[in-house]
Ligand binder design. Structure first.
Ligand SMILES: [Zn+2]
Length: 375
């Protein structure tokens, strides 16, 4: 009746033929096809999940191959969703695939996630992690969360209203800049471990059905598993449900979906220059200061010697729009958020930027005003 490929799991009493049929009928969405998504996709496809949705906007880069085991050297430059689909289809021709070669964002999150039974978060940035959580809570769908950095990994299953959500654990993205894997580094085999465990938890949820769980198969619902692979110490912590959680304490129709900006994943490699460390004369002798605020803000006051390039116009800027200048570029806005976005845009256009002024013009003007002679 069944493909012999599934024999080793059907023989498990907690799984059986019923579990296999449940898996075959299941639709799983993988958000991100990187270090976590690669092993998760491979094991889900191999185990006989019915349909996999794959969303990732990126192309394969040689720096991915250290941990993203879906791809080969020859795949460099190709779209991840396309190469992943070819690999997974070769592994299991019964698998149905749905491809989204796009960025997961507030505009598409609801329509895409609503088509699946379970979502696996394989993203590498906070903006995406919070959005995945919020949409899963809104849709009352189980979410298998995973995260890796350097030598350490985290794993959890969130499923409102049966347990807490990611925001019960972390209410908001961190205010301070947190480096991501590209900057801080990560061990490929650790990504493989956590991604494989995400596939395992996903299959446990799909085979077990709705909580509460009474059988010996107990998914990591409402619990956080932490692994420090340097020493192989691990911990499982119970995550309390926050009765005042800004997301899972609300009725679904009141949960907003928004794109978080200016956190991890954005402004990678940006140097923070403190305004207090900038002497007034230094600002325009040491750096080419670039003001990315709008006209009305520029007119109300700006750093002497700065050039004005509003953020709203940056996506259309051309190489000829910029002065040839030896000084390193220093971006600033009013409070330090828009300058991070400007950094991402300019970097994508091939410019080299030294950094931005932490907390922007507001912080820069502070010491100047303090230093002004009193009338
Ligand atoms: Zn919550």
């Amino acid at each position: 009746m069944h493909d012999p490929r599934y024999a080793r799991q059907i023989v498990l009493k907690e799984w059986g033929t019923a579990g296999q049929e449940q898996l075959k009928a299941s639709r799983v969405l993988l958000v991100g096809l990187g270090g976590l998504g690669s092993p998760a996709a491979l094991y889900l496809a191999a185990a006989g999940v019915g349909t996999l949705g794959l969303i990732d906007p990126d192309q394969v880069d040689l720096s991915n191959l250290q941990r993203q085991v879906l791809y080969d050297t020859a795949d460099a430059g190709a779209m991840k969703v396309e190469r992943a689909a070819a690999r997974l289809q070769a592994l299991n021709p019964e698998l149905q695939l749905e491809l989204y070669p796009e960025r997961f964002c507030a505009a598409n999150a609801l329509s895409i996630c609503s088509r699946y039974d379970l979502i696996i978060d394989g993203s590498d940035n906070f903006a995406c992690k919070f959005l995945v959580n919020d949409v899963c809570v809104k849709l009352r769908k189980p979410l298998v969360y995973g995260s890796i950095l350097r030598w350490e990994g985290q794993l959890a299953v969130f499923w409102a209203p049966h347990g807490p959500c990611y925001r019960c654990l972390f209410p908001e993205p961190p205010k301070a800049y947190v480096p991501n894997c590209a900057e801080a580094g990560v061990i490929g085999a650790l990504a493989g471990t956590l991604g494989s465990l995400q596939a395992l938890e996903a299959m446990k949820v799909l085979v077990s059905g709705m909580p509460p769980y009474t059988s010996e198969l107990r998914p990591l619902l409402g619990r956080l598993w932490l692994l420090r692979s340097q020493t192989m110490e691990s911990q499982t912590l119970r995550i309390p449900k926050n009765p005042d959680c800004t997301v899972c304490s609300k009725p679904p129709e009141e949960i907003p979906l928004r794109d978080e900006k200016g956190f991890e994943g954005c402004a990678l490699g940006l140097t923070e220059v403190k305004a207090d460390d900038l002497l007034p004369e230094q600002a325009w002798t040491q750096y080419l200061c670039i003001d990315v605020r709008e006209q009305v803000e520029w007119d109300a006051g700006h750093i002497p010697g700065a050039i004005h390039r509003p953020l709203s116009l940056l996506p259309h800027s051309k190489p000829g729009d910029w002065p040839s200048d030896e000084r390193p570029w220093l971006l600033y806005c009013q409070g330090g958020v828009r300058s991070r976005r400007a950094y991402d845009i300019l970097k994508s256009q091939g410019h080299t930027i030294h950094g931005h002024i932490q907390e922007g013009f507001r912080a820069w003007r502070g010491p100047i005003e303090r230093a002004s002679p009193r009338a």
